[in-house]
Write a protein that binds this ligand. Structure first.
Ligand code: GAL
Ligand code: ZN
Length: 679
């Protein structure tokens, strides 16, 4: 199924009228303010279970249907949520098995949310029943455009039911216990299992050092959660609904491998809550851009921004109010990276309980606030950009960021346990691509590399079966590879690959990694240009954290370490393999190296960008983001200034280009956005 097309950029967010049923005048006022704020979509029902089924098997849908009628009359669409993110008290009291058991084997009491067992047959049956009712009674309402499955899937349960499922899952995966013992290297510390029923999930009071077990447990938790989501979707389908389904994912969430959700959901959505103004906005914007690109790349289709905060959150250590212009810029950033929506949490600020101080479109005062005005401005911008809806993002560059590999790497107990600085490395490489105004996809190892010109491997510690072969084919077919230290170290079951590293790529890179030196924080080395180096580098770059010492076979050195016992050995090397090119960046370098390297890589790989037409030879100023979406021959180029100062746009509006949003007048103010359409 292709990406669902909603016809307009969705603008609105989570709405909880069930908190206001005793205030009819407020529900009335909401509709007026929604109009004022250019709201066209709300999400209903995310945590409404106790209002939909106050007693076991007793359903009350009238309030929901009435609200939906009124929203529909006002031209507002509804994303309808299944309520499984939190359950009613009656259920927990009658069936304690629905409550989660933590890693120390303690069962939770009723309370909070997201604390249910994904395995419990009772929970699954109750969820299926409420989802079926919801689909039958409300799913075909003309206001409904999509389903929102549960809320922010996450967490794990260690109850006896989950243990049983885990063992069954392992049995299916390994078939015989001998294979499992080998895969997990259980002979180490005498942890050999005789049979599957002996296996227990990892626990701080039990098995906590067996990496293979921990990795498989995380895989199982993902599979179990995906299976739960699949069962919810099946309930809706069995009840006759054909509406597209989504689930709201979270920022760089470590608990699940989101790749496994890609085939289950029709459209990916996610909840974006950056701490704007904590660091310079350009830094936060880059960090956020990674997540947008990651989410879009899960299906390589437009996604939805399901939640964002119109003002300030209430759960961050310090919740700073967004400065004027921030909401608009952050919202358009999502669209620039492929979102077909700007949705908020929440529409009306709740009166009591945990989120009473969380920012909302309508606050406790209830009037036409500064925030509401900026929401309205965002809504007008989205109306102006309406034709962008459904267009894709084309990328010539892919960075590999694989969750399973990251799980294994974090658990490695290796050269640095304090801080691997994975994200620092990733951001430097990603930032260098983006600084050239080039789009980037962020892929798991399982995704196809067809059509990319450049593939970047930042610390892809785990090479799963077949991954090295895919990279080899990519390079020999003419692609350009940029690899860093700590690539291809372990296999799927977290056992080290034997022989030369990076596994399967030593001839592609023309070298092998001999020793990986970990530096203390504050330690520093440097890499100086080698005389007559191919790209003509002249600068000396500082480096630290990791310095890989390599033995070159066919690769030629570009930079060489200046210090320590490996002074003179290659820090950056270059190789030709088949019709392609491979670079090896052996240390964590200062940012500038990645900028200089990617400039050469992108140029030599023939990667095009409309940024060149807009900024001419002078290049894109630092802190300015250029991203494009495309449909057929039409390209929408989003230019955003995330600096705290104005920047100049030197060139004339290029031929064949028109301004779709904003104004083209030779400069961009802080947080200003310009969208240029090229046809
Ligand atoms: C999200 C959650 C919402 C709301 C929001 C507050 O993580 O899905 O229900 O709690 O955070 O920022
Ligand atoms: Zn459980």
């Amino acid at each position: 199924m292709g990406a669902p097309f909603f016809g307009r950029l969705l603008h609105g967010g989570d709405y909880n009228p069930e908190q206001w049923l005793n205030f009819p005048e407020i529900l009335e006022e909401d509709l007026r303010l929604f109009r004022e704020a250019h709201i066209n979509t709300v999400t209903l029902g995310v945590f409404s279970w106790s209002m939909l089924e106050p007693r076991d098997g007793e359903f009350t849908f009238d309030w929901l249907l009435e609200i939906m009628d009124r929203l529909h009359k006002a031209g507002i669409s509804v994303i309808l949520a299944t309520p499984s993110g939190a359950r009613p008290k009656w259920m927990a009291d009658a069936w304690p098995e629905v409550l989660r058991v933590d890693a120390e084997r303690r069962r939770a009491l009723f309370g909070g949310r997201h604390n249910h067992c994904y395995t419990s047959p009772v929970y699954r049956e109750k969820v299926r029943r409420i989802d079926t009712e919801l689909a039958r009674r409300a799913g075909e309402h003309p206001a409904v455009i999509a389903w929102h499955i549960s809320n922010e899937f996450g967490g794990e349960c260690h109850c006896p039911l989950c243990q049983q499922e885990f063992r069954r899952w392992l049995q299916k995966r390994y078939q015989d216990i001998g294979k499992l013992n080998e895969a997990w290297q259980t002979v180490f510390w005498s942890h050999v299992y005789d049979d599957f029923p002996q296996i227990e999930s990892p626990s701080p009071i039990g098995e906590n050092g067996l990496h293979g077990l921990k990795l498989d447990w995380k895989r199982f938790v993902t599979e179990q959660t995906v299976d739960f989501a699949r069962a919810e979707i099946q309930a809706l389908r069995d009840a006759g609904s054909r509406k597209p389904v989504t689930a709201n994912l979270m920022y760089d969430f470590d608990g699940l491998d989101y790749r496994r959700f890609a085939d289950v959901l029709d459209v990916i959505s996610w909840d974006n809550y950056p701490s704007w103004h904590k660091k310079e906005e350009r830094i936060t914007a880059l960090d956020t851009a990674v997540q947008h690109d990651y989410m879009r790349s899960l299906k390589r289709q437009p996604f939805l921004l399901m939640e964002s905060c119109p003002a300030a959150t209430n759960w961050q250590a310090v919740s700073k109010v967004k400065r004027p212009g921030m909401l608009l810029a952050a919202s358009l950033q999502a669209v620039a990276h492929g979102s077909d929506s700007v949705l908020y949490f929440q529409m009306r600020q709740s009166r009591g309980s945990f989120e009473k101080f969380h920012g909302a479109v309508i606050d406790h005062w209830g009037g036409d606030s500064r925030v509401l005005q900026e929401v309205a401005e965002t809504g007008r911008a989205l109306e102006c950009l309406s034709e962008v809806c459904g267009s894709g993002v084309r990328s010539d560059v892919a960075l590999i960021m694989d969750r399973e590999s990251r799980w294994a790497m974090q658990d490695a107990a290796g050269p640095r346990n304090e801080n691997l600085r994975y994200m620092d490395l990733f951001l430097r490489l990603y930032g260098a691509v983006r600084a050239a105004g080039v789009n980037a996809d962020i892929l798991g190892e399982d995704q196809s590399l067809d059509g990319y010109r450049v593939v970047i491997l930042p610390m892809v510690y785990m090479f799963k079966e077949g991954f090295a072969e895919k990279i080899r084919a990519f390079v020999s077919g003419g692609g350009t590879l940029v690899a860093t230290y700590w690539n291809g170290v372990v296999n799927d079951t977290d056992n080290c690959w034997l022989g030369a590293a990076p596994h399967g790529l030593t001839d592609v890179l023309g070298l092998r990694s001999k020793e990986l030196d970990a530096l203390y924080d504050g330690d520093c080395n440097a890499a100086a240009p080698v005389l007559g180096n191919v790209p003509g580098f002249t600068h000396t770059y500082t480096c630290g954290t990791f310095c890989d010492v390599t033995e070159l076979t066919t690769a030629v050195p570009v930079l060489a370490y200046t210090g320590d016992f490996y002074a003179g050995e290659a820090a950056l090397a270059f190789n030709r393999f088949g019709d392609g090119t491979a670079w090896y960046a052996g240390a964590l370098f200062e940012e500038r190296l990645y900028q200089d390297l990617l400039r050469v890589v992108l140029r030599d790989a023939g990667v095009q960008t409309d940024a060149r037409a807009l900024f001419g030879g002078s290049g894109i100023p630092e802190g300015v983001s250029v991203t494009s979406r495309a449909r057929g021959d039409v390209r929408y180029v989003f230019v955003q200034n995330f600096n705290r100062f104005a920047v100049r746009i030197p060139a004339e509006l290029p031929q064949g280009a028109e301004v779709l949003y904003g104004s083209f007048r030779g400069k961009l103010e802080p947080l200003e956005t310009l969208v240029v359409k090229f046809s």
